[in-house]
Design a protein around this ligand. Structure first.
Ligand code: 3HC
Length: 282
């Protein structure tokens, strides 16, 4: 399967990071969002990240400019008609993803691969929204995309072997490592990582330790690069809650109960870095 032209839908933190990863590896990328403001913010995120890589001498200015030049922003989904692989990184709402897949079914030829960056929704259910479910797969990137080596590839029960192999080969061309998981609640990384963050929040909720100390303990005692509360703030506490709710409902196991404090933080709009306030201030 020829994978040359890439489409990325959603120019938020993840979509921007994914577009940047493909462009840095030489792919031509169309990046789409529903407003010019969102596209501008996405392109600015990419510019900042590329500048950081140049400042750290991980990339030359010439390569950074070339990567930025390979990304074209668009508001028009019809422009995706010639894409080989489309990665969707829109809001974690099944109905939104379903509508996009319906539109893409109409716009794209049957050979186009549809990958979802969902962090918690069932890939099998997303695949079932397509007229060609065998072409749907999960490509789960991690934040910050420029730094994280893994792409968790999630096979829906409908995903074909050819699509799986093409996506795994493409991840290698991004200089990242693909690991394949079968579709299951939270897949592997979020099933392990997010309950750990939830438990750190419970430590704060139960006044076991302050947020600063919980994070310091996990950095000093478990060699985590950043503490679980800072990581929750980076991911977005709304996403953390989404994943916990999927695990809790899916496995019907009380061990996945979302922390009451996590719910309160989300109710208050203290979602982490993106709102300027979470367990820490930004
Ligand atoms: N673009 C480019 N470079 C970046 C960057 C970005 N967006 N973010 C960080 N960097 C670079 C910095 O420039 C720096 O480069 P250097 O090593 O050459 O100095 C390097 O990353 C380290 O950054 P900092 O010195 O600022 O800070 P840290 O040493 O704390 O590293 C971190 C930052 C890479 C984020 C590190 O703390 C880390 O690995 N944290 C864990 C992140 C993680 O677990 N992510 C997964 C989240 S789960 C997820 O995304 C899935 C979803 O479905 C929920």
């Amino acid at each position: 399967m020829k994978i040359e032209k890439i489409g990325v839908i959603g120019a938020g933190v993840m979509g921007a990071g994914i577009a940047q990863a493909f462009a840095t590896s030489g792919y031509r990328v169309l990046l789409r969002d529903i407003s010019q403001g969102a596209l501008d913010r996405g392109l600015a995120t990419i510019g900042t990240s590329l500048s950081r890589l140049v400042a750290k001498e991980k990339m030359t200015q010439v390569d950074a400019d070339a990567a930025a030049g390979r990304i074209t922003a668009t508001l028009t989904l019809e422009d995706f008609h010639d894409r080989d692989l489309i990665v969707e990184a829109v809001v974690e709402k099944f109905e939104v993803k379903k509508a996009i897949i319906g539109d893409l079914d109409r716009i794209c030829p049957a050979r186009t691969i549809f990958a979802s960056n969902t962090s918690s929704l069932s890939l099998t259910r997303i695949a079932a929204a397509s007229n060609h479910p065998g072409r749907v797969i999960g490509m789960h990137f991690f934040n910050p995309v420029a730094m994280m080596q893994l792409v968790e590839v999630i096979r829906a029960i409908q995903t074909t072997d050819a699509v799986n192999a093409a996506v795994v080969a493409t991840v290698a061309k991004l200089g990242k490592e693909a690991k394949v998981a079968r579709d299951s609640y939270g897949f592997v990384v979020n099933r392990v990582l997010i309950p750990m963050i939830n438990e750190a929040i419970n430590c704060v909720y139960e006044n076991v330790a302050t947020p600063e100390d919980v994070d310091a303990m996990m950095k000093l005692g478990a060699a985590h690069p950043m503490g679980p509360l800072a990581l929750g703030d980076l991911i977005g506490l709304d996403i953390v809650l989404d994943v916990m709710e999927v695990l809790h409902a899916g496995f019907a196991d009380p061990k996945y109960r979302p922390s009451p404090l996590l719910k309160q933080m989300c109710d208050a709009g203290y979602l982490g870095r993106k709102t300027g306030r979470g367990f820490f201030s930004y």
